[in-house]
Ligand binder design. Structure first.
Ligand code: NG1
Ligand code: MG
Length: 503
């Protein structure tokens, strides 16, 4: 799969869209080019685009090293760019300039390239662009980068778990590399985007960037990260009635960068503490990630869902559910390390704030969630292969119910073991199930954001109207009707990142 990011004309690109939204996509790209001309008084040379994603299953396990199963959505970030050969100044503007102020900076030279300051509590929007900029300049050692005039537009809701941040970082990296005449393959681009998004202060995994770059219309992805990054395109089961995924936004936003120290980065640390401890008790040597624990447990053989379930039982035996978690003092005893060693090993690279650390709940979630992903994947494969030989509805019902149950268990585990849900998201999941979803779960990092539900195709309209009545009309009665299609929508696997050269 070492192929390049596609460069396409707008008409070629639009062909990948389902017929019903081709026209609206066309207008969006044209509008952006038009705005660009009026803002900068010149033609854009190209538009880079990168989509958001919805994760079907596999939450908070990518940074641990286990495979996940997402798909791209049609919402994306667009950056129209005009290259300025005579300077190295970057100017970026947003079509929504009341919310996102224009920024400008200079290439700072070798080491620093560009300063990214992470203010806790509020995150400067242009930092996501700077991540991609810095990532490309560093990786390709560009000492005389071109100046850029950029105009950004996006329709992935921010802080909703649909990965607007990674779509922006990927889009920026692609725009900067294309503007500087760098050709690279998708794997390299995904790895750059994964690493450079960490400049924002979140010790993230690689699911979002990989999806944004590798996605193909009508296919989901199974992404494995270890031993190397490896995305596999997969067909979702073709069932009758057809399977649909509906995304609904709880409308609670959670800015992952602003809350990293108490939420996301803390979870990364907790899984590392658990990996170290389990390594010492099972293999007599601390491991770096829970994937390493599983890999050593399997002696290098393929990790399957049965062994992951065994590992979840070992977590029960060896760690035990200490309700209040471990304080640093207790950790030093448990891990036979000094408190300096604990700090140095686990708490320095990305600082976190916590009185106690939960090892049992996090490790149990990770192993079971990793098992669920493999079970979901194998259901997709068997039902895709064999549905012609099966007789219609019985088979479909069974597949729906099995996929749905895996999604439900995933949500329960995010809520109860990983503590990454919130009251509103739990309520929305409950409402979705009451309204006929076969399964429903939070998607993305959590602590707010979106829910994804599996719904039988011929029931999706009715489903959407029932959820609207029971969730949005009750909790957000003032939400304008015309915004409903942004907050609850059916989604098909969308196309991946591209550069659109002829508008
Ligand atoms: P979102 O919700 O898109 O910010 C984050 C991480 C993913 C993954 C999920 C949880 C980044 C860029 N994204 O996604 O890698 O860990 O949370 O499954 O850090
Ligand atoms: Mg994100």
């Amino acid at each position: 799969m070492a192929d390049a990011i596609p460069t396409l004309s707008l008409s070629e690109f639009i062909r990948a869209y389902p017929e019903h939204n081709r026209q609206s996509q066309y207008s969006r790209y044209h509008e952006l080019a038009k705005r660009f001309r009026s803002v900068y008084n010149r033609e854009p040379n190209f538009i880079a685009r990168a989509p958001g994603r919805v994760n079907l299953i596999g939450e908070h396990i990518d940074y641990v090293g286990f495979g996940v199963l997402p798909m791209a959505i049609s919402g994306d970030i667009l950056i129209a760019v005009s290259v300025d050969d005579d300077s190295s100044t970057v100017r970026i503007k947003n079509v929504d300039d009341s919310k996102y102020k224009s920024r400008e900076w200079q290439y700072e030279g070798d080491e620093q390239i560009v300063t990214i300051e992470n203010d806790e509590g509020s995150v400067e929007w242009s930092n996501y662009f700077k991540c991609g900029y810095k990532g490309i300049l560093q990786r390709f050692k560009l000492f005389c980068p071109k100046g850029l005039l950029c105009l950004v537009d996006g329709n992935v809701p921010p802080g909703a778990g649909l990965s607007s941040s990674s779509a922006f970082v990927c889009c920026a990296a692609i725009a900067v590399s294309y503007a500087n005449n760098i050709e690279t393959d998708k794997t390299t681009m995904a790895k750059i985007a994964i690493e450079c998004e960490r400049y924002i202060g979140v010790n993230g995994g690689g699911m979002d960037q990989t999806t944004s770059i590798f996605a193909v219309t009508n296919q989901a992805l199974y992404i494995s990260f270890r031993p190397t990054l490896h995305p596999t395109l997969i067909k979702l089961p073709s069932l009758s009635p057809p399977l649909t995924f509906v995304v609904s936004n709880s409308l609670v936003t959670s800015n992952k960068a602003a809350t990293a120290q108490t939420n996301y980065n803390l979870r990364v640390v907790e899984t590392k503490l658990a990996a170290y401890y389990l390594g010492t008790v099972i293999m007599r040597k601390g491991c770096d990630t829970l994937w390493d624990v599983a890999n050593q447990y399997m002696d290098g053989k393929e990790i399957d869902s049965k062994s992951l379930r065994e590992l979840a039982n070992i977590v029960e035996e060896k760690i035990g559910n200490k309700q209040l978690g471990y304080s640093i003092v207790e950790l030093t005893e448990l891990l036979s390390l000094t408190s300096e060693q604990v700090t140095e090993k686990f708490l320095t690279k990305f600082p976190v704030r916590a009185k106690t650390f939960h090892l049992y709940k996090r490790a149990k979630h990770v192993f079971e969630e990793a098992a669920r992903v493999l079970e979901f994947y194998s259901l997709c494969q068997t039902s895709t292969h064999s549905d012609e030989s099966m007789t219609g509805h019985i088979k479909a019902d069974q597949v729906y119910s099995e996929l749905g149950q895996l999604m439900n268990s995933s949500h329960d585990s995010c809520r109860d073991l990983y503590d990454c849900s919130c009251v509103e998201v739990d309520e929305l999941v409950r409402v979705c199930l009451e309204c006929g979803a076969k399964g429903s779960r939070l998607t993305g990092a959590g602590w707010g954001g979106c829910v994804v539900s599996i719904v039988s195709g011929n029931e999706s309209e009715e489903f959407i109207s029932k959820v609207t009545e029971k969730y949005y009309n009750v909790r957000f009665p003032d939400l304008p009707k015309e915004r409903l299609s942004e907050v609850i929508f059916e989604t098909l696997p969308g196309a991946g990142a591209a550069v659109i050269t002829t508008l």
